[in-house]
Design a protein around this ligand. Structure first.
Ligand code: ATP
Ligand code: MG
Length: 347
């Protein structure tokens, strides 16, 4: 399995991606391969371009093993030499990709726990957790007690339920909860509910329960958490095989990330750059690079900024469940699917 450790970076100066046709719209949409991301992301950038334009010519100073890795990912690439590679075809339907990643997750992530966590609020945990759970066909466990949580985002309203916490009921009874079925447009869900704040189990008990439940379900489990830890979130981190931590590329969020990775040293964090503009700020990319380097952390493919569409979206479904994609949803669905693919490879 390839490691997702930071690679020798491709610098913007040494790398360009050009449309073979060279039309003006293609040139405008031409992206710079991020110098700060991992080999997984380098591959994703190339693929994104190929998806947009059908093919791309990549000139890069990347080492041969980075390129070999990209070529081994199932698309039709025809290498010419180590510095100039021509990538062709690769218009893979997104639903085919989601089906494929679900099959691989069922084979390799059974009983595995992915806990989405961060120190700070509002960074994109719930969005990432819902989408990852959907794409991986995982059980989503909601350990956030606030009403901006995953359960409410998926249409579960605790105030309409006699029992307000399927999760606390299961913990109290010492049994495995039965997830609420979400198909076809939501992940299966175990809500925590508002009482969880006052009645959190100890970190140890939470970790033990999550491990037992994941074993019983024989499925991947994705956990959404309340920002800043707490017993339940700490237990999820203890049990987790991977802790994706979303981070927008802003000064404040990166400063918070810097402190958070230090507190979480030893846990299997994966940095997920979120709300990334088409041309990401170089200084902030450098900061991500230095954090990832210092702690030997993998960096996932970036989630693009969706300035108004995502925050205003009212549907109580996973974005990735849409049967037809729009120009606004497609980059997000592609990004979340790519991150799910990376999770499968990494865990
Ligand atoms: N890539 C993105 N582009 C634009 N908006 C985004 C993106 N990701 C998340 N958001 C928006 O940011 C807001 C916060 O997202 P979300 O609820 O997922 O964060 P959170 O970390 O779970 O917050 P909390 O810590 O309060 O639970 C939401 O309005 C969401 O739609
Ligand atoms: Mg949240």
């Amino acid at each position: 399995m390839p490691t997702a450790a930071p690679v020798p970076f491709i610098t913007a100066a040494a790398c360009s991606v050009n449309s073979p046709i060279g039309t003006a719209p293609a040139a405008r949409r031409c992206f710079v391969i991020y110098r700060a991301f991992t080999r997984l992301s380098i591959y994703a950038r190339v693929r994104e371009y190929v998806l947009l334009h059908g093919s791309a010519t990549v000139r890069t100073s990347a080492s041969q093993d980075v390129l070999d890795y990209a070529f081994s990912r199932g698309h039709a690439y025809s290498p010419t030499d180590s510095r100039t590679q021509v990538c062709e075809s690769a218009r893979v339907d997104i639903h085919t990709r989601i089906d494929a990643v679900r099959k691989r997750a069922a084979d390799t992530l059974s009983g595995r726990i992915i806990a989405v966590e961060s120190d700070k609020g509002g960074l994109g945990k719930t969005t990432l957790a819902v989408e990852l759970a959907y794409v991986l066909d995982a059980v989503l466990i909601d350990l956030d007690w606030h009403d901006g949580n995953a359960a409410r985002a998926l249409g579960w309203r605790h105030e309409q339920r006699a029992r307000t916490s399927p999760l606390l009921d299961a913990l109290a009874a010492g049994r495995t909860p039965r997830p609420i079925k979400g198909a076809p447009s939501r992940p299966d869900l175990v809500p925590g509910g508002p009482d969880l704040e006052a009645r959190q189990p100890s970190a140890h008990d939470m970790a033990q329960a999550l491990v037992e439940w994941a074993d019983q379900w024989k499925r991947p489990v994705v956990v959404d958490t309340h920002p800043g830890g707490g017993h339940a979130a700490n237990g999820a981190a203890e049990a987790a095989h991977l802790v994706p931590t979303p981070c927008p590329l802003t000064e404040k969020d990166l400063a918070a990330l810097d402190g958070w990775v230090d507190v979480m040293d030893g846990y299997p964090l994966m940095i997920v750059p979120n709300r990334v503009p088409r041309v990401p700020p170089a200084a902030q990319l450098g900061w991500v690079e230095s954090i990832a380097d210092r702690y030997r952390l993998p960096v996932a493919s970036p989630v693009p900024e969706s300035s108004t569409w995502l925050p205003r979206r009212k549907a109580r479904t996973a974005v990735c469940s849409a049967r037809s994609l729009s120009p606004k949803s497609e980059p997000l669905v592609d990004a979340f699917t790519t991150i799910a693919e990376e999770v499968v490879e990494h865990v």
